[in-house]
Design a protein around this ligand. Structure first.
Ligand code: F6P
Length: 342
C-alpha cells in the first residue's frame, strides 16, 4: 500500500469528517494504504504536524460537523521556503500522495504544488456552492437547511410584531444560499451579490407585503451591495484580512427600510451558524462519495485531478478547473423568483 496524507483547508464545512472517514476506511480496508492526517490545512505539511488516521479514529465522525483535523487559511506560497518545507515534510514522512480537501484557495495551492511535482488529488468543499467545476459541494445543503429553518422561525415573530425582518446569510461572491433558502422559506425579497439592488424597489415590496397585512422577510447575502452604496457599506467594514465584515449589509438594510417606510424592522445575521453542526443526509452522502472517489484516484495514480459531481455522477476533472471560474447565480434565477416577491 501507499502512504497517503490528507488535509482540510479553508473555512470548515459540514461533511468534512464524512470525507475523511470514507478515505480512511476504503484506503485501509480495500487498498491497504496507510492514512496520515495533517493538522490545520497547509500548516500541517509546513510544520510537520501529522497523526496517523486509523479505523477507530473515524468511527464516530460521520455525522459530526467541523473537521477532526482542524483547518486554517495558511498559504505556503506566502511563507519563506513554504514549498521546500512541504516537500521536506512529505519526504520525512514517506508520503506517496496527498489528498487536499478545500475551496478555491486550498485547491489553488494544491494545483500549484501539483505543478511542482507533488502527487495530489483534490476534493472540493464550500458551503457557498460557488465552484464552477462541480454541480454541488457538500455543506451547501446543510447551510440552506439552517437558513430555511431560521426564516421559518423569524416569520412567526415578524408576523406577531408586524415587523420587517432582514435575514443576512453567507455568500460573499455568490447568492446560492440566499436564493435557495429564500425560495424554500418563502422570502418576500431575495438579494444576492451578483447584481446591485435598489433599496427603493426593496421598500416597494416591503410596503406591498405590509398592505396585505403580512410581515415581510428579506433574505440578503452578505456580499450584496445596493446601487451606489458600495462606499457606504464597506467603509470601515473590513477585517484584518481585507474581508468585508459579516453583518454589514443586513444591519444597514434594516435601518434603511425602517427610515424609508416608517415600519419597524430588525436584522438577523446568521453568520457561522450556517457552517456549524451536523451535516444533512444529502451532504453526508455527497461527502462520502467524494471521499471514496478521491482514494480511488490516488490508488490509480491519477494525480493533479479533483473529484467533482456532474449531474448524478462523481467524475475526475483537472485540479486547475477548481479555480478557473466562480459559479455565481445566473441573473435569470433572481428574475424568475421575483414573481413571488412582495
Ligand atoms: O466560504 C465560506 C464562507 O463561510 C463564506 O460564505 C464567508 O464569506 C466566509 O467563509 C467567512 O469566512 P470566515 O469564517 O473566515 O469568517
Amino acid at each position: 500500500g501507499k502512504r497517503v496524507g490528507v488535509l482540510t483547508g479553508g473555512g470548515d464545512c459540514p461533511g468534512l469528517n464524512a470525507v475523511l472517514r470514507a478515505i480512511t476506511r476504503k484506503g485501509i480496508e480495500m487498498y491497504d494504504h496507510e492514512i496520515l492526517g495533517f493538522r490545520n490545512g497547509w500548516q500541517g505539511p509546513l510544520q510537520g504536524v501529522v497523526t496517523p488516521l486509523g479505523l477507530d479514529d473515524v468511527e464516530a465522525v460521520l455525522n459530526r460537523g467541523g473537521t477532526m483535523l482542524g483547518s486554517s487559511r495558511t498559504n505556503p506560497y506566502n511563507e519563506d521556503d513554504g514549498v521546500a518545507g512541504i516537500k521536506a515534510t512529505l519526504a520525512d514522512n514517506e508520503v506517496d500522495a496527498l489528498i487536499a480537501i478545500g475551496g478555491e484557495d486550498t485547491l489553488g495551492v494544491a494545483e500549484r504544488l501539483s505543478g511542482e511535482g507533488i502527487p495530489i488529488v483534490g476534493v472540493p468543499k464550500t458551503i457557498d456552492n460557488d465552484l464552477e467545476a462541480t454541480d454541488y459541494t457538500f455543506g451547501f445543503d446543510t447551510a440552506v437547511h439552517i437558513a430555511t429553518e431560521a426564516i421559518d422561525r423569524l416569520r412567526t415573530t415578524a408576523e406577531s410584531h408586524h415587523r420587517a425582518l432582514v435575514v443576512e446569510v453567507m455568500g460573499r461572491h455568490a447568492g446560492w444560499i440566499a436564493l435557495h433558502s429564500g425560495l424554500a422559506g418563502g422570502a418576500n425579497v431575495i438579494l444576492g451579490p451578483e447584481q446591485r439592488f435598489s433599496v427603493e424597489q426593496v421598500c416597494t415590496w416591503v410596503q406591498r407585503r405590509f398592505e396585505r397585512q403580512y410581515a415581510p422577510i428579506i433574505v440578503v447575502a452578505e456580499g450584496a451591495v445596493p446601487e451606489g452604496g458600495e462606499e457606504v457599506l464597506q467603509a470601515g467594514e473590513k477585517d484584518a484580512f481585507g474581508h468585508v465584515r459579516l453583518g454589514g449589509v443586513g444591519t444597514w438594510l434594516a435601518e434603511e427600510i425602517a427610515q424609508r417606510t416608517g415600519q419597524e424592522s430588525r436584522a438577523v445575521v446568521l453568520g457561522h451558524t450556517q457552517r456549524g453542526g451536523t451535516p444533512t443526509a444529502y451532504d453526508r452522502v455527497l461527502a462520502t462519495r467524494f471521499g471514496l472517489h478521491a482514494i480511488d484516484a490516488v490508488h490509480d495514480g491519477d494525480f493533479g485531478t479533483m473529484v467533482a459531481l456532474r449531474g448524478t455522477e462523481v467524475v475526475r476533472v483537472p485540479l486547475a478547473d477548481a479555480t478557473s471560474a466562480l459559479k455565481t447565480v445566473p441573473l435569470q434565477r433572481y428574475t424568475e423568483a421575483r414573481a413571488l416577491f412582495g
